[in-house]
Design a protein around this ligand. Structure first.
Ligand code: DAH
Length: 357
């Protein structure tokens, strides 16, 4: 069967080649995307003329197949290029027409009153940052991907400590000694290495632990870390008043009462947990010195001498550190009972908490 002369299955190659110029002209004359699509379908689409000609190749000799195949491919790619070129032209034209015809009147009233806004966590984070910054603290960030040295070793956390186990810590596969920080306490170390003593700093950021997500746990959460160190003696009284002032600020109360309970953190000596007096009103927690109950809020203590040593801070330094969960205090303040709400993107919830209007 002579391919050139076969009219039975569509247009023979000669005619196809002869038609190329005509097709290209037609394509470049297309004035709409629909027209362009139709031309594309007719010529190189699944049952287009060029495609049909390709199908005939199966019946020709091997040598001829190569020669004819190349010719057909040339036609096909020429058509494809022309279509792409015209597509671009039409697109540019559409944009410039729109720009010509459209005007934006920024003085018009807004039809939709749902604006975006800052998430409740971001709002709290910024407020706390501003608070400490105004009180002379450095507000520092640290990396969320940390090394075992900063997250554990330098904080005097022993090699066999259960917190290091992979059930609690997310280690990075294929990167020995790298992990997602489990606490913001590592920023203490980086800060003391960089700035030495005296130093007052806070760091607020994301922390990660291999916890199952439920109403009170999330594998990602936020912590606030504070550190005050000096060559002059600093004592637990300073720590207590610092925490009290912060809680009065955050919970917007005239007076908060803090109490310490002995506890153990490898990076503090002595270490303690701190609680605050509160009462409940309409499901919300009211922090107040008049409260009849105590709520646990975080951990604190005097900086362990080994931590000073590990940061290269010499003898004669004193200081305290504290850490608490940002999500937790936000939940307590606003009466949020499920931590998952903070990380869902339920618009109604977000709107209710003033996160988007
Ligand atoms: N990093 C501790 C935690 O994640 C919290 C903490 C406790 C921070 C005592 C401190 C501290 O700075 O002194 O549980």
């Amino acid at each position: 069967m002579e391919f050139y002369d076969n009219y039975e299955f569509g247009m023979p190659l000669k005619e196809i080649e002869a038609n190329l110029e005509h097709w290209e002209k037609t394509i470049l004359g297309a004035s709409t995307f629909q027209e362009l699509e139709r031309l594309k379908a007719d010529i190189i689409g699944r049952s287009g003329v060029v495609t049909s000609a390709f199908k005939l190749l199966k019946d020709v000799s091997v040598d001829k197949k190569k020669e004819l195949g190349e010719k057909l491919n040339k036609v096909k790619s020429a058509i494809e290029d022309t279509i792409a070129q015209q597509h671009q032209k039409l697109a540019n034209y559409a944009v410039s027409e729109r720009l010509k015809n459209e005007t934006l009147d920024i003085t018009l009233p807004v039809e939709n009153d749902h604006f975006g806004g800052l998430h409740i966590i971001t709002q709290a984070l910024r407020k706390i940052r501003d608070y400490y910054s105004a009180r002379g603290f450095l507000v520092l960030d640290g990396p969320e991907i940390e090394t075992e040295f900063y997250n554990f070793d330098a904080l005097n956390i022993p090699k066999h400590h259960p917190a290091r186990q992979s059930q609690d810590t997310f280690y990075l596969k294929g990167h020995d000694g790298m992990l997602l920080r489990t606490q913001t306490s590592c920023v203490q170390i980086r800060a003391m290495q960089k700035y030495g003593v005296p130093l007052r700093m806070v760091s607020i950021g994301k922390t990660y632990r291999n916890d199952q997500l439920d109403a009170t746990h999330s594998p990602m959460f936020h912590q606030i870390e504070g550190l005050v160190v000096d060559k002059n003696p600093i004592n637990i009284g300073h720590l207590k008043s610092e925490l009290r002032k912060f809680l009065e600020f955050f919970f917007e109360t005239d007076s908060a009462t803090v109490r310490f309970r002995p506890s153990f953190f490898p990076f503090t000596e002595p270490g303690m947990e701190f609680d605050c007096r509160y009462t409940k009103k309409d499901g919300r927690l009211i922090i107040s010195s008049d409260g009849d109950k105590w709520i646990e809020l975080g951990g604190a203590g005097m900086v362990h001498p080994n931590v000073f040593k590990n940061c290269g801070v010499g003898e004669g330094a004193y200081g305290f550190a504290f850490g608490l969960g940002l999500d937790r205090i936000i939940m307590l303040k606003y009466g949020i009972t499920d931590i998952r709400n903070l990380f869902d993107t339920d618009q109604r919830w977000l709107r209710y908490y003033g996160t988007c209007a």
